[in-house]
Design a protein around this ligand. Structure first.
Ligand code: MN3
Length: 247
């Protein structure tokens, strides 16, 4: 039993007040535990499967990087998030969205690993195979919105690449929707624009991981080369889906 469940069970027992614990039947204990489960038991987060094979993003993002990035790095965020939440008693701890809205009242482990889990889960879905290196420009409504906000697609890409390049150390570049407007921004570490503590807030519709673990095996210190290559595998269908929901 987790510490949290144990704590809740003890609280439930205490709330019975005058009833001595010795006369609470096993059946009642079960009932108390079920109530606790229903209302308080936190979700265990799990690693989502990649929506494609590890080598699907070749030659732009290599198989070994994808294996390590997904199976080791993302898995570690999931494991450590579950661990950190076991001892968290905050009433908003039941969903990542609620946690992000109340980010300042959670500890660093929840912030880093909750962000890590959310950001990577989103990131995998924002890429797709493009083995023949076909031109992969934005299409649909998001293309119109990008042109309206940034002038041209190239200007948008330039601003996005700048956001990634100028993020010192580890972090993410983002395209977000805020008050029906598109904005490019970046965050440090595993922060994201949904977090209350984020300098620029909004709903992410495109995300790029610029941590060294995302590119170092293939691109070494050349983050700009990785970012340029990444545009080939952006899943604009998914970006359009997120844009439609965020508008
Ligand atoms: Mn990463």
């Amino acid at each position: 039993m987790s510490e949290r469940r144990d704590f809740l069970k003890k609280s439930a027992l205490l709330s019975l007040g005058t009833l001595a614990t010795s006369i609470v039947s096993a059946k009642k204990l079960d009932a108390i535990e079920n109530i606790s489960n229903e209302h308080f038991l936190l979700e265990e987060y799990t690693l989502p499967a990649l929506p494609y094979a590890y080598d699907a993003l070749e030659p732009f993002i290599d198989k070994q990087t994808m294996e390590l990035h997904h199976d080791k790095h993302h898995q570690a965020y999931v494991t450590n998030l579950n661990k950190a939440l076991q001892t968290t008693k905050h009433p908003a701890a039941n969903s990542l969205e609620e946690i992000f809205k109340n980010m300042a009242s959670f500890d660093t482990a929840v912030r880093n690993n909750g962000g890590g889990h959310y950001n990577h889960s989103l990131f995998w879905t924002l890429m797709r195979e493009n083995k023949d290196a076909k031109p992969n420009n934005p299409d649909g409504k998001v293309a119109d919105a990008i042109t309206a906000s940034f002038g041209t697609i190239d200007e948008f890409k330039k601003q996005f690449n700048d956001a990634g390049a100028k993020r010192f150390g580890s972090g993410w570049a983002w395209l977000i929707v805020e008050n029906k407007k598109l904005k490019v921004t970046s965050t440090p570490n595993q922060d994201n624009p949904l977090m209350s503590i984020s300098e620029v807030k909004g709903t992410p519709i495109l995300a790029l991981d610029v941590w060294e673990h995302a590119y170092y095996l293939k691109y070494q210190n050349k983050r700009a080369d990785y970012m340029n290559a990444w545009w080939n595998v952006v899943n604009w269908t998914k970006v359009n889906e997120l844009f439609a929901k965020a508008e």
